[in-house]
Design a protein around this ligand. Structure first.
Ligand code: HEM
Length: 437
């Protein structure tokens, strides 16, 4: 292991150069040797005063809680102080002084408090020297004070070197980085926990809304049985209540599904089913809605569709979402076409503009309308989820804005994809591709 003299680069040349710079030359060294007796005489009291001073300040007192340690240090430091009289450019002298600096860096004493404490020693030595040499020639006192200041300054220089090259700086930096990393991790964990709490709360609230809405729908259904004609009041009002209730339940499902998908807990219930039949049912169920909003719906499933092994409920909800979306966002009188077919045939037959899929044996569903289409700005973000649960009102209809994000998540969860294309610049055209089961 390298000595401190080696680590700090204090070779013979540097040591001589440093003493030369501080002007601790032969006459000064001789004077120092002559001051040994003075050092020995003042050392005990100086140590007492020094440790009283260190114990008065919390930054240093924290290191000196053990009285036995303090007694040991007084002795070590007394020796160290008297050895100032031996100052020379030897490797041993420099190594010993560097070691003391290193010992303080090792216990984690901040350099400013270590170096700052020298002021107390300097003050004590100069006051003592002024008294001791009061009767001497004043130039003698001045020369003594000068040389003591220089040799203590040498200690300060070497202690600083020890702090810099002894690893204190790296250690402090790495501790600061570690502390910052811990703080960042804690902040992240706290944020995640907050998100989880919010999500949990959202789910609870949304779940709680489901029961009263279901009750309202049951009541309106019962009323509908009494007032059968949905075209005449109050049957019409009850039909509307039921329709709105369905919408609210859909919104609840969207929120729960998007929240569930985001946390990866949306179960998939894969079953074989006939896609053509599923689409027919879906269209049949939504036809009254389409009539209510004055839209035409047309379904075509040319050729035979492969038997699907997807989650029929999810597929149905995706398609329903797209249809309802089209009814909501296109003007009355528009036409909504839904097409489904084997992917390979649809791609080859040009049924799908812009299909980029690598799948060849899947199924393709296309929901297209002849409305005014989607602006480029909206198109870019159309499948992005708003923050879960943020409700926004669009015209008269209440929507979470989560319908399309839900469709994307569900399609991806089923191993497929969804995208929005334009058909010859007219309307919006959603293209879904699912793998064959
Ligand atoms: C001002 C100049 C100082 C000098 C000349 C000095 C001198 C010494 C000496 C000679 C040792 C023994 C080193 C060894 O050989 O193990 C030592 C150790 C120690 N000093 Fe100082 N000291 C000074 C300032 C301080 C200050 C401000 C504190 C703050 C509390 C302090 C706390 C300690 C401690 C805790 C040790 C033991 C280190 C260890 O366990 O290795 N010293 N000091």
């Amino acid at each position: 292991m390298l000595s401190l003299v080696e680590r700090t680069g204090q070779d013979a040349e540097s040591r001589t150069a440093l003493l030369c710079f501080l002007e601790i030359n032969a006459p000064e060294r001789e004077r120092l040797a002559g001051l040994r007796r003075f050092f020995e005489d003042i050392a005990d009291n100086m140590m007492e005063e020094f440790y009283e001073y260190l114990l008065r300040h919390e930054q240093t007192a924290a290191f000196l809680q053990d009285p036995a340690l303090v007694e040991r240090l007084k002795k070590a430091q007394r020796r160290h102080f008297i050895e100032l009289a031996d100052c020379c450019d030897s490797e041993e002298y420099f190594e010993a002084r560097l070691k003391v600096g290193m010992a303080h860096a090792g216990v984690g004493l901040r350099p400013e408090y270590y170096l700052g404490a020298y002021s107390s020693q300097l003050a004590y030595v100069s006051a003592s020297a002024s008294r001791r040499f009061a009767d001497d020639d004043p130039t003698e006192l001045e020369a003594n004070l000068r040389v003591v200041t220089k040799v203590i300054t040498l200690d300060i220089c070497l202690a600083t070197e020890a702090y810099i090259y002894g690893g204190y700086v790296e250690k402090s930096l790495s501790e600061a980085h570690q502390a910052a990393a811990i703080r960042a991790r804690e902040a992240l964990a706290e944020k995640e926990q907050e998100e989880r709490r919010k999500e949990e709360l959202l789910r609870m609230v949304v779940h709680d809304i489901r029961s009263p809405v279901t009750a309202i729908m049951a009541a309106s259904r019962a009323a509908l049985r009494r007032y059968k004609d949905p075209a005449e009041p109050p049957g019409r009002q009850f039909a509307l209540i039921e329709e709105s209730g369905k919408n609210v339940l859909n919104i609840i499902d969207e929120i729960l599904n998007v929240a569930g998908q985001a946390t990866g807990d949306m179960p998939i219930n894969a079953l074989p089913f006939d896609l053509a039949v599923l689409l027919q049912d879906c269209v049949a169920e939504l036809r009254p809605y389409a009539e209510h909003t004055d839209h035409f719906v047309e379904l075509s499933c040319p050729g035979s569709l492969p038997v699907s092994w997807l989650d029929p409920l999810l597929v149905r909800r995706v398609v329903s979402n797209l249809l309802v979306n089209a009814f909501r966002h296109t003007p009355a009188g528009c036409r909504v076409e839904i097409f489904a077919g084997p992917l390979a045939a649809a791609t080859a037959g040009g049924q799908v503009a812009g299909s980029e899929t690598a799948m060849t044996d899947g199924v393709l569903i296309r929901v297209a309308d002849n409305g005014s289409g989607v602006s480029a700005r909206v198109e870019k973000r159309i499948f992005e989820g708003e923050a879960t649960g943020v409700l926004k009102t669009e015209g008269a209809s209440l929507t979470t804005g989560l319908g399309l994000p839900f469709c994307r998540l569900a399609c991806e969860r089923l191993g497929g994809s969804i995208k929005l294309t334009r058909q010859g610049g007219l309307g919006a055209c959603f293209v879904i591709e699912f793998p064959a089961g």
